[in-house]
Every structure is written in C-alpha cells, then in structure tokens.
Design a protein around this ligand. Structure first.
Ligand SMILES: Cc1ncc(COP(=O)(O)O)c(C=O)c1O
Length: 379
C-alpha cells in the first residue's frame, strides 16, 4: 500500500537540515531574536523577488492582512470586498477591525474572485478589495485594478498561497497597494512556526506597516499610532533565508508534477472533457502567468467518499474549503444564505486537494491517479 501524505515536510528537512541548523546557530550565537539582520535580509530578498520596493516581516499571513487593512485606515462600518473561497483569515482580518466583509463569488475554473461580481457590490462604504491568489494562481489583477482605480478603492492582495506566482510578467504582491504573504510551515516557502510578510511599492504604506507591526513606536517608547506586536522572528527569518534559495526549484518541481497529473488523468479517462464525461475536473491554468501550485485542487464526483478511499489506501487528500466563508457561523449576522454564491458553494462540495510537494516522484503520482481510478470503478 502506498504511503503518500498530503505534504511531507520531513523529506524536505532531510535534504536541507544541516544548512538550517547552521543558520539557526548564527542567531543563537548572536542572541538577537527580535528583528535584526536576518529579518532585514529576508525583507530585501522577498521584496525584490516579488517585484516590490519594500518588504515588512510579519508574525503571520493573518497579521500581514490585519496590518495591511490597518495601514490603509479601515474603520468600523467600512466594507471590504473579497472572496468567500479562501482561508478564514482573509475575511477574519476585515471583521476584526469592525468592518464588513462583502463576498463576491469566484470563477468556476480557477476558484479566484470573479471581477464581474465585484462592481455591483460597491457602495459608498466600500474601501478596498482583497483578491486571493487561490492555490498559487494569480487572480485577474488587471480587471480588478481597473475597477479599483475607477472607484478609488485600495487593493490588498492575499498572496499567502502564491509566493512566486506571476501575472502578465509581474509577481503577485506587486499589483495591489499591499501584498500579504504567509510562511506557515506547509506553504511553498514555509518556516518552522508562524511567519509572514507584507510587500508594497508605496513608501508611505511601507512606513505605516513598519510602525504598526511594532506597537506604532518611533523612536522606541514614543507611540505615533496604535499598532501591535506583529513582528517576524529572527529564528524564522534565518530558516526562511535558507529555504528561499530552493524556492524556484521547488516551484518548478510542483509545476512538473502538475503537468504529470494532467497527462495521467487524461490518459486514464478520468479527466472531465468538454462534454463533462470524466469524473474529475482538473485545475485550470491561465495563460496569463505562472501558477506555483501550492495546492493541486481537483473537483471530484463523490468527493467525500473519494477522500475516505484515498486515506484508506495510504494517500493524503484534504478539502480546501468545506464551508465557504459567507456561510460560516461567525458571519451569520451578515445575512447570507445557501444559494447566494453558488459557484463557491459547489466548489466547497466538490473540491479535493491532492499531494503536490516537490519530493514526489512519477511513480507516486501514478499510484495516486490509479487509486482514484480504482475508486470510480468500484462505485
Ligand atoms: C489564503 C490565505 N490567507 C491567509 C492565510 C493566513 O496565513 P497564516 O496562516 O500565516 O496566518 C493563509 C494561510 O494559512 C491563506 O492560505
């Protein structure tokens, strides 16, 4: 029986463990744990990589989003338009500031926010749009920015799943006013704990983000604005600096695996074609830029049974996301009901993420696709 987990961080650690230990040791020797040279080095590297002038290390992707919304001055009663098909933090950050998340449905094939759904939702209270680059593929930033510019709205990119993805030659995180990244351990660039980064090309916003992540004081103990402790750890930065050197190779490996999946699914007859006869709809890849395949999300018939069958046969698979955010209990007061955002609701019933980490090999991918084939033949 295969043993193919959804992610395999141990395999990655085996390859780079010694280098990581050396980098951690440098921090231990220096005994400087808060901000400092590793954080600054990482900020410069991630900003440059993401085609931005400024990078501000944050304690998590969640805190990067919260700080970004604070930096653009989101207030109680404001409205921020975003997608319901994302991790909770995207909308949670909006709600934590007393603002109202307003959900626009997604496009069926990419599961990214549908620009056409945005404009009708804009009111006098709307201040910003947060597109999410779902699974590692950029949202349609040109269309989103056209709306934002016309309606004088900020754009905060939730690039937490998409470091290194680009759109029309420009990296995610550089399209909007601020980009937010996560270094959660399972991300394409993941730390050994929580971490994040905000990027921007706007010096004024960079200054505000820097202040906000450190209690708003400048100089120390003289507080200009109310911020928090949203700082990235030096230890995490030291780990991420090592991993960053491998990121491009890892992204290439993920893309190779995605292509192999594509071929295997088509060869097996499982992939849905134009007549929708297959059992599995493969993730759509747009020509507008590079997908970084943080997740490989298929849409599957009998999704829940398939997930169980894969687990029983030693293959990891996970549902991103089982409940779209407009139907979450904590957002009941927003008044959404089942049927309001049908594309997201359908995706929540059908989507399943399969393993796509760099250390997989073709044999493992074949076993995954064959096991999926076995499941459909047996039902
Ligand atoms: C789309 C999205 N937004 C926000 C976050 C939050 O990032 P973090 O877990 O680093 O707080 C994540 C990841 O977990 C994410 O996938």
């Amino acid at each position: 029986m295969p043993n193919i987990p959804l992610v395999n961080l141990k395999a990655q650690y085996k390859a780079i463990g010694e280098e990581i230990a050396e980098s951690i040791n440098q921090v231990l020797e220096a005994q400087q744990f808060i901000l400092g040279p590793q954080v600054e080095d990482l900020e410069i590297k991630i900003a440059h990589y993401s085609h931005c002038q400024y990078g501000i290390g944050m304690s998590s992707g969640t805190d990067a989003l919260l700080c970004a919304l604070m930096a653009i001055g989101i207030q109680p009663g404001d409205e921020v338009i975003t997608t319901p098909y994302t991790f909770f933090a995207t909308a949670g950050a909006i709600a934590r500031l007393g603002a109202r998340p307003v959900f626009a449905d997604v496009i069926e094939d990419t599961l990214n926010i549908d620009p056409q759904q945005i404009e009708p939702l804009i009111t006098r209270k709307t201040k910003a749009i947060i597109p999410v680059h779902f699974a590692g593929q950029a949202a349609d930033m040109e269309a989103i920015l056209r709306i934002a510019q016309r309606r004088h709205l900020y754009v905060i990119e939730d690039a937490c799943q998409a470091i290194g993805a680009d759109y029309k030659g420009k990296r995610v995180g550089s399209w909007g006013d601020i980009g937010c990244f996560s270094f959660f351990p399972t991300k394409n660039l993941g730390g050994y704990g929580d971490g994040g980064m905000a990027t921007t090309n706007n010096p004024h916003l960079a200054e505000r983000l820097r202040l906000l992540r450190n209690h708003g004081h400048q100089p120390k103990y003289y507080h200009q604005i109310v911020g928090g402790n949203f700082r990235l750890d030096a230890l995490q930065a030291a780990i991420l600096l090592v991993k960053f050197k491998y990121l491009e190779n890892w992204i290439e490996a993920r893309n190779t695996h995605a292509r192999t999946y594509h071929q295997l699914f088509h060869k097996s007859g499982l992939a849905a074609d134009a007549q929708q006869t297959g059992k599995v709809k493969l993730p759509a890849e747009r020509r507008s830029g590079r997908h970084v395949y943080h997740l490989y999300v298929i849409q599957a018939d009998q999704r829940d049974e398939l997930k169980t069958y894969l687990h029983q046969n030693g293959i990891g698979a996970e549902i991103y996301y089982p409940v779209p955010l407009h139907l979450q209990g904590c957002f009941k007061h927003l008044g959404y009901k089942l049927g309001d955002l049908p594309v997201s609701e359908r995706a929540a019933r059908r989507s399943l993420a399969l393993p796509i980490y760099p250390e997989l090999n073709d044999q493992m991918l074949l076993e995954i696709v064959e096991t999926i084939g076995e499941f459909y033949r047996s039902t």
